[in-house]
Design a binder for this molecule. Structure first.
Ligand SMILES: [Zn+2]
Length: 454
């Protein structure tokens, strides 16, 4: 199928007539067209970009010159691309200086350095460019358009920050929603609260601000929903919750709908590669941002997964010529999906399954995304917080924060639910804690594996 679908999104004209606004506007127009291209056109466009970035890397990156020494770029097709070696976080750490290109095309703008510990707590340094940050802004705007937000309303974000800013109880008030949205819309107020605030403080803050849009991390949002439910607090102004940085479960989507009467919109991005996929306006799955990244989902042996098969996510950045990331193992798992009913041929990422170190390992060597049915736990006993820790191949520790210690019967019931959900008869030990701390990266993980997977 080729013909272009009717364009539903109206791109607003930038408020000012600065050059950077004009460039962003034109990029946004291009994105608005390419989302309706046929799959064939999209793949052709990607292949063109891929050959360019690979050729450039061979010329200017000592690491890739060596790595791709036998590669004929002119004959690079997706089939032989998929045979190229995978770039690990370990490679990025070890060969950092030789991966970076020694020079940049002039129109790519200034470079900037990004240091991120990522989802596997393995710090890496990556350089971005003016072009990659322009793309970041354009896709951010695409996401705004897809989800047709009312920008005159109030937006609040409760997110992690590397610095102790926006602390409770006040947080920070901004006069608008920030870049790049304020380049196109005169927006309502924006508010920020550091997610280090405890949940009771967060709720009080939200009650004062009354946002229409709330952005947060899934685990934080889940805790907010639970506490709001417990205290019977409602937020009638709320229309949408946006999530970032962790796995979103069906349970979280449902609870947001039931408790906050809000639609949940998730997006998948990382600091190293920018936006990878954003949620479809009509469905709960994600569209890969193919104009910026090429995404593969592969098995442990490197072969491509089928649709609906969980595998490792590999990302190739098609526009970053400063630190080329080619078949980069980002540390997450996911599943590709079927073509989308909305008519966009940007490939569908059906689910994103968090992090490698959060995979459950079975004694037979298999790994599995752990599912443990928090809702079921709550039917047995009221829990404040919990964390599942895989201590050994055969031993799971369930850490609990509770008001009242559980009875032997409740403990047995919860253990049974856990074993059933995990799908293996692990030994389970329940331990009690005052609080379960966040990781050094500021995220709270509900499943932690102590078994090394590297
Ligand atoms: Zn769609």
């Amino acid at each position: 199928m080729s013909g272009k679908e009717p364009n539903t999104e109206q791109i607003p004209t930038p408020i000012q007539s600065r050059q950077q606004d004009a460039v962003l506007y034109s990029l946004l127009q291009q994105l608005n067209e390419s989302q309706w291209w046929s799959s064939k056109q999209l793949v052709r466009g990607q292949l063109h970009q891929l050959r360019r970035v690979v050729a450039y890397s061979i010329l200017y990156s000592p690491f890739y010159r060596e790595r791709f020494r036998n590669l004929d770029v002119n004959r690079l097709e997706l089939e032989n691309f998929r045979m190229l070696p995978i770039l690990t976080r370990r490679d990025l750490q070890e060969y950092n200086d030789t991966i970076d290109c020694s020079q940049l095309p002039e129109n790519h703008g200034k470079t900037s350095e990004i240091m991120t510990s990522g989802s596997t707590a393995t710090p890496v340094k990556v350089r971005g460019t003016g072009l990659t940050s322009m793309l970041w802004n354009a896709i951010n705007m695409r996401e705004q358009l897809w989800h047709q937000r009312d920008h005159s309303r109030i937006m609040a974000a409760i997110r992690w920050h590397s610095d102790p800013i926006g602390l409770a109880p006040a947080g920070i008030e901004f006069e608008d929603w920030g870049m790049p949205i304020n380049q196109f819309y005169k927006t309502g107020l924006g508010f920020y609260l550091n997610s280090s605030a405890d949940i009771a403080d967060q709720l009080r803050w939200l009650q004062k601000i009354k946002p229409a849009y709330l952005m947060s991390h899934p685990s934080n949002l889940m805790a907010l929903l639970r506490e709001a439910q417990r205290q019977a607090i409602k937020f009638p102004e709320l229309r949408e919750v946006r999530t970032v940085g962790e796995t979103v479960t069906d349970e979280l989507r449902q609870l947001a709908q039931v408790e906050f009467n809000a639609h949940l919109v998730d997006f998948y991005s990382t600091q190293e590669v920018g936006y990878i996929a954003i949620q479809c306006p009509l469905n709960e799955h994600y569209h890969i941002q193919s104009e910026s990244v090429l995404v593969e989902v592969v098995r442990e042996d490197g072969s491509a997964c089928e649709s609906n098969e969980v595998g490792k996510i590999l990302v190739t950045s098609l526009r970053n010529y400063a630190t080329p990331l080619i078949r980069y193992d980002i540390g997450d798992y996911g599943e590709m999906g079927e073509a989308c009913s909305c008519g966009r041929s940007l490939p569908v990422l059906r689910r994103i399954h968090g992090r490698v170190r959060n995979m459950l390992q079975l004694p037979d060597g298999n790994k599995r995304w752990p599912n443990f049915g928090f809702a079921k736990f709550m039917e047995i006993a009221p829990l404040r917080q919990f964390q599942v820790v895989q201590r050994r191949l055969d031993l799971i520790e369930l850490k609990l924060v509770v008001d009242e210690k559980l009875s032997a019967e409740q403990e047995a019931g919860i253990k049974q639910v856990l074993i059933t959900r995990l799908g293996h008869p692990f030994a389970v030990e329940i331990t009690y804690h005052e609080v379960i701390a966040r990781t050094a990266g500021g995220k709270y993980e509900d499943f932690v594996s102590m078994i090394s997977v590297n």
